[in-house]
Write a protein that binds this ligand. Structure first.
Ligand SMILES: [Zn+2]
Ligand SMILES: [Zn+2]
Length: 257
């Protein structure tokens, strides 16, 4: 059984298709999925999925690309995270690719999320794009290693992976690892210790080969797992066992509950 450690099943693309897509997960031996928050306005929809489907979990956070909308102060994050199905704070982090100008507000927001995570003792889901040095620096300054978490949809190089691992974080690969030209990411996927590895879809984006360009959904995480297993020269069953137990250990949930 696999876990999709990061998806956005609450997005409008999936509206009305939730039952069908959760059934497709089961049919493809994808037992569980984590739905990551991107705005506070959308969080009720994320939580509703986790409350409705026993095998979906939620994370609360405001994405670094969210410019408008309600800001997440520490108190709000703590209040929303105080729920048995909310297993992480995120997604949060820095994105210097999409937005320009003075992004100090992103760094402040990131620090707030880390402080909240440390207070509620839940791990962080980190989004970083063209901002690896600042991301690592802030994680270190704010003592994020105390709760750990995951660098999701990893697209950085080997030295960023090593620094993230040294801080105690896990690394999650998305469908990008199946893309032919993603050589650097394929290399990193062979280097992450098996007990720090996760797989994800980041659906609705980044559908893996052979579905590239189509609408992604959690069941397709199987193709990500198959590629990572192939790159590492192990069977997909071994990779599934490792990544699934990593997920349940990291997020502190009992899969039989
Ligand atoms: Zn992200
Ligand atoms: Zn995401």
């Amino acid at each position: 059984m696999l876990v999709d450690s990061h998806c956005h099943l609450d997005f409008p693309e999936f509206q009305g298709r939730e039952d069908e897509l959760v059934a497709a997960m089961q049919a493809n031996q994808v037992g569980w999925a984590l739905v990551a928050g991107v705005t506070l306005e959308r969080f009720p929809g994320v939580l509703a999925l986790a409350e409705r489907f026993p095998r979906l979990y939620a994370a609360v956070g405001v994405h670094p690309d969210t410019q408008d909308g309600q800001e997440a102060d520490e108190e709000t994050l703590l209040r929303l995270a105080d729920h048995p199905k909310v297993v992480a704070i995120g997604e949060t982090g820095l994105d210097y690719y999409r937005l320009e100008g003075d992004l100090e507000w992103q760094r402040e927001r990131f620090r707030t999320h880390i402080r909240a995570a440390r207070k509620c003792r839940k791990p962080l889901i980190i989004h970083t794009r063209e901002a690896a040095a600042d991301t690592l620096c802030i994680l270190e300054e704010e003592g994020a290693g105390e709760v750990g978490g995951v660098f999701h949809c990893f697209t950085e190089n080997r030295s960023v992976a090593e620094a993230a691992l040294a801080l105690g974080f896990h690394i999650s690969f998305s469908g990008i690892v199946t893309f032919k030209n993603a050589l650097q990411i394929k290399e990193v996927a062979t280097l992450v210790p098996l007990d720090r590895l996760l797989v994800e879809t980041d659906a609705p984006y980044l559908a893996p080969v052979p579905y590239r360009g189509k609408l992604n959904h959690p069941a397709l995480v199987r193709h990500v797992a198959e590629e990572v297993a192939k790159l590492r020269g192990i069977g997909v069953e071994e990779l599934a066992d490792a990544t699934t137990s990593n997920f349940f250990r990291l997020f502190g949930v009992d899969k039989n509950a």
